[in-house]
Design a binder for this molecule. Structure first.
Ligand code: SF4
Length: 461
């Protein structure tokens, strides 16, 4: 009896784990401009080629401007990273979706869009939120710079097997409550170390009812709960999403792939080392109040008493007091974007709530699509007009304010409601105070100029 994780692991072992880590074959290596320059320098120094350029896909996302597609006048260090990636891809024969490409976007948004993310694959990238691709039943996780070099050179990775952790989300989500709230509720419950040494498998009726974009939101933040990766077993929802995509198998190969993918779900009776169940029937929209994603409470809750010095330091940084309600807390910036919540359904949710309303005059709101393709589809539906008429900035695709290394940053001391995945000190800019929440909560807060409950604005299903 094997879990989904066991099955993928076993089918990718080149050399089993002993005292030394296993050597694991990697099906897909996603790369971007930030974690690759040293890796390519290392290859050149050792006279090595990229072992499988055909299994390596590159894009530009972290360091790029979202105001335009031009690097003219842009930060020279960031622009240099972008140019270096372009040169490395050219020299080593790697497909690159650059700023000119209609397929460019955040690496974890374009992988699924292109159909290169597929069930049963092992996928790595020099970015923590590679766990996103686990929504397709792929074993996907972030790797460090030296590991990027290792995978480029060998298409393999040294790995130790993690434990199996089962997370059941059962019940039915209420209007205004989303996948982002589910994952914040989990991390709020187990803490940022709760999944350490494990791979989460997300299951239960609430997960089965989610579309692929919502499943990606959940898997994206697995790493914030300390897990190595997050997985959702592939099902008809997965197959429908992948059908017809550029790099999905076609014709007879598609039928064979689906038959193979249908064998991936965990066997009945498979062993899990840990399990946790969350009843979503009573789940409320969630929001963070501190400086890690585990410091999360229901939107209607109050900031808890600090349990230790780190908690107290977090509240000091956030300028919040124990017992304080977050609802009504003044907001300066609202950011809708990032690989957690920048897909079409996220933008539709936010636009639905903002239609006919205005961004509060005290708020600066940025809406940043996760990819050029998301932007194109959103514009075809008129979502851009809704945001612009409301007074929000409608941007080009990229990581933007998720990481503040590209010109988009929250000023020091200002409060941002953000749909991204990290609220660490300085993550959105030096001294920035980040409250993580769903696109619905972010949109409601933009309208009201303070942390707001989207359910109060009505019209939600
Ligand atoms: S959006 Fe943020 S978390 Fe996602 S890849 Fe970019 S920087 Fe990393």
């Amino acid at each position: 009896m094997k879990t989904l994780y066991d099955k993928i692991w076993d089918s990718h072992i080149v050399v089993p784990e002993t005292d030394a880590p296993a050597i694991l074959y990697i099906d897909l290596h996603l790369i971007h401009e930030v974690t690759t320059p040293q890796a390519f320098t290392g290859l050149r120094r050792r006279g090595l080629k990229v072992r499988r350029p055909d299994k390596t896909v590159a894009t530009m996302d972290h360091s790029i401007p979202t105001t335009s597609r031009s690097l003219i006048g842009f930060d020279e260090i960031a622009a240099n990273q972008v140019r270096t990636l372009a040169q490395n891809c050219k020299d080593f024969g790697i497909a690159l979706y650059d700023l000119e490409s209609p397929k460019q976007g955040i690496v974890h948004v374009i992988g699924p869009e292109l159909g290169v993310t597929q069930p049963g694959k092992t996928i790595v990238c020099g970015d923590s939120h590679t766990s996103t691709h686990g929504a397709f039943g792929a074993l996907a996780h972030g790797i460090g710079t030296s590991e990027v070099e290792m995978v480029l050179a060998t298409q393999c990775l040294l790995q130790r097997k993690s434990k199996n952790s089962r997370v059941d989300f059962d019940g039915r989500l209420q209007p205004g409550v989303t996948a982002k709230d589910m994952i914040l509720a989990l991390i709020g419950k187990i803490g940022t170390g709760g999944g350490t040494g494990s791979v989460f498998e997300f299951m239960g009726t609430a997960v089965r009812g989610l579309d692929m974009e919502a499943r990606m939101t959940i898997c994206n933040m697995s790493i914030e709960g300390g897990a190595r990766a997050g997985l959702v077993a592939p099902d008809d929802t997965t197959f429908q999403y992948l059908s017809g995509r550029e790099f999905s198998p076609k014709a007879k190969s598609w039928d064979e792939a689906v038959a193979r993918w249908k064998k991936l779900p965990s066997d009945d009776g498979a062993h899990y080392d840990h399990s946790i169940t969350i009843d979503v029937n009573a789940l409320e929209p969630m929001i963070t109040y501190g400086t890690n994603p585990g410091m999360a409470i229901p939107l209607t809750g109050r900031v808890p008493q600090p349990q230790n010095d780190a908690d107290a330091a977090a509240l000091k940084y956030m300028a919040l007091e124990p017992g304080q309600a977050l609802l009504g807390h003044p907001v300066d910036v609202v950011f809708i974007g990032s690989c957690t919540n920048s897909r079409l359904s996220d933008l539709r949710n936010a636009a639905h709530l903002m239609k006919g309303r205005k961004v509060n005059s005290s708020v600066r709101m940025l809406v940043v699509p996760g990819s050029y393709e998301v932007k194109r589809q959103a514009e075809a539906e008129g979502l851009d007009k809704i945001f612009k008429e409301a007074g929000a900035e409608w941007r080009e695709a990229g990581c933007s304010m998720c990481i503040a290394m590209n010109g988009d940053a929250v000023p020091a001391g200002k409060v941002a409601v953000s749909t991204s995945n990290r609220n660490f000190e300085g993550r959105q800019g030096r001294g920035a105070r980040t409250l993580l929440a769903s696109p619905l909560t972010a949109a409601a807060s933009a309208v009201e100029g303070r942390v707001a409950d989207p359910r109060r604005l009505g019209g939600l299903s």
